[in-house]
Design a binder for this molecule. Structure first.
Ligand SMILES: Cc1cc2nc3c(=O)[nH]c(=O)nc-3n(C[C@H](O)[C@H](O)[C@H](O)COP(=O)(O)OP(=O)(O)OC[C@H]3O[C@@H](n4cnc5c(N)ncnc54)[C@H](O)[C@@H]3O)c2cc1C
Length: 486
């Protein structure tokens, strides 16, 4: 299913040129070098549709009269590398390989199975490129890796932003007031949602060039994913989520279900933990860039009138872009010092408050606390790689009460979220966990341990919603107990 607002712009249009001026960030400003192709190193935007890096790379390849090579890779060294994440990425890549063939794109995938395997595949490919284009993404180590790479290679490197609906460059400074960002984002929304007709580059890449690169490309279309990931040096205790597939097809299926059943009553249904389909559940595909948030918003706008839509736009446009802005503009997004001054003062004042109960990492990780609801939410995370929107806040807030230090609680949440969640290591995760400690929030009346940070009570949630079916669903399920982190 495709959603159109009006006639799409051509790739060579003024609209695309203007967007790319905002979205393309040159990293290594070197003199143009000779090369055999333009390389698009796909990282966090794992799709061909609405991919501004791919658009930029295609236009540059045409301008230089060169073919385009799309290289995508996966290695075992990213934090929390697991069967779960590997399978999701490989499922998406398999679909991309099939789509690339139909679309006339030269897309190749390299899998580094162990840390000792060939480390410099992308450097080798880049050494014969006239230009390298890659994705901009502030978290999951992508930005740091890209900057190191740009320092090493001889050619120009350009990082292109396809993460949000708006170009991130429109917000060059940290935005701490959601209402200001909301007003600007919603005003520009129709422009951000304009469509572009994508096309393949004019020159095709010869097989002989690919063969001469001496890279072991993965045969994705004949890949046995289970067998392949068993050979990888990754955490096999975080298992594949069997009923969720990576890739655009699965994301579009879920999107279609959600606009058909969920969106109309989103504001209410997303608060009910027992209602599995009350929110879009698209965050895992959005995290890997397998679907563009612009496509999701277009679909939602085509279906629902503005009052119904507001609440959904508030999350997928406003809070998602606020999180992106936060992680792009604050290098300390993984530190508690990114919370506001009032929250830091409160944590300093209440650091020695008596905690009624302390749980170890193992007790938390295996869901063995005194709260059935919390344990169920942790089980949902461990087993399904996600957590219901309504309980995610309670899950995060509760750990503040259960650790002797705020810093321990913060690091524990980052660890659990990033280890198990398919949407982990995302700007939204860092901002969500920061929110638990007061970021993007206001002070509340003072109380023990919480200080002036907004309190939240598991017991109150239990009396407000029918949490019983949620608890039964996740506590009763069996799974391999996860290995506790050291
Ligand atoms: C402690 C804690 C940890 C979190 N960790 C993550 C995480 O690792 N990854 C992640 O994507 N989100 C995280 N969130 C934010 C939010 O809970 C999830 O994005 C949302 O629950 C995903 O479910 P959904 O796709 O059904 O969202 P929907 O309600 O359908 O919303 C649609 C999309 O909007 C975005 N969105 C929704 N809520 C928020 C929010 N509060 N802030 C920013 N963007 C939002 C997401 O991209 C989401 O997929 C966290 C929140 C908290 C409080």
């Amino acid at each position: 299913m495709r959603w159109h607002t009006r006639m799409p712009h051509s790739l060579d249009s003024e609209f695309v040129r203007e967007q790319l001026e905002l979205r393309a960030v040159p990293l290594a400003k070197r003199a143009p070098t000779q090369g055999e192709y333009v390389l698009y190193w796909m990282a966090s935007t794992q799709r061909f549709e609405e991919n501004w890096a791919l658009r930029f790379a295609t236009l540059e390849a045409d301008r230089l009269g060169l073919p385009l090579l799309i290289h995508h890779g996966l290695d075992p060294s990213y934090p929390y590398a697991s069967d779960r994440v590997h399978a999701f990425v490989l499922q998406g890549a398999r679909e991309l390989a099939a789509r690339a063939r139909e679309m006339g794109l030269a897309y190749r995938f390299a899998l580094r199975r162990t840390r000792d395997d060939d480390r410099r595949v992308v450097d080798r490919i880049a050494s014969r490129a006239a230009l390298v284009v890659t994705d901009l993404f502030p978290t999951a180590g992508v930005l740091e890796r890209t900057l190191r790479f740009a320092d090493r290679v001889a050619c120009r490197v350009v990082m292109v932003d396809s993460v949000g609906i708006a170009p991130a460059a429109e917000f060059p400074r940290e935005q701490s007031a959601a209402f200001q960002m909301r007003a600007r984002l919603l005003k520009g929304l129709s422009t951000y949602l304009e469509e572009v007709e994508d096309r393949a580059p004019r020159r095709a890449l010869g097989e002989s060039v690919l063969a001469s690169l001496d890279v072991e490309w993965l045969d994705l279309e004949r890949l046995d994913i289970t067998r392949e990931i068993a050979r990888c040096e990754i955490d096999h205790s975080v298992g594949v989520v069997s009923n969720v597939e990576g890739g655009l097809r699965a994301a579009r299926t879920r999107l279609e279900e959600f606009v058909g059943d969920g969106l109309d009553a989103y504001d209410e249904r997303r608060r009910d933990p027992s209602d599995e389909d009350g929110s879009s559940r698209l965050s895992r595909w959005l995290h890997f860039g397998m679907i563009a948030s612009a496509e999701v918003v277009r679909a939602a706008r085509a279906h629902a009138p503005p009052p119904v839509l507001d609440s959904f736009l508030n999350e997928i446009v406003v809070w998602r872009e606020m999180s992106l802005n936060f992680c792009l503009r604050r290098s300390d997004y993984m530190k508690l010092r990114a919370t506001p001054q009032w929250a830091q003062r409160s944590m300093a004042a209440h650091k020695d408050d008596e905690r009624a109960v302390i749980y170890s990492l193992e007790e938390l990780e295996t869901g063995k606390t005194g709260s059935e609801l919390w344990n169920a939410s942790q089980q949902e995370l461990v087993q399904s790689g996600t957590m219901h929107n309504a309980v995610r806040q309670l899950w995060g807030k509760s750990v503040i009460l259960w650790k002797r230090r705020y810093g321990d609680a913060f690091r524990t949440l980052l660890h659990l979220n990033d280890k198990y969640a398919l949407d982990g290591r995302d700007p939204n995760g860092f901002s969500g966990i920061q929110w638990c400690f007061g970021r993007f929030d206001r002070p509340f009346p003072e109380r023990a341990v919480w200080g002036t940070i907004r309190p939240m009570s598991l017991e109150r949630a239990r009396s407000k919603y029918d949490t019983q079916s949620y608890i039964q669903r996740w506590s009763g399920a069996t799974c391999d107990p996860p290995a506790a982190a050291g």
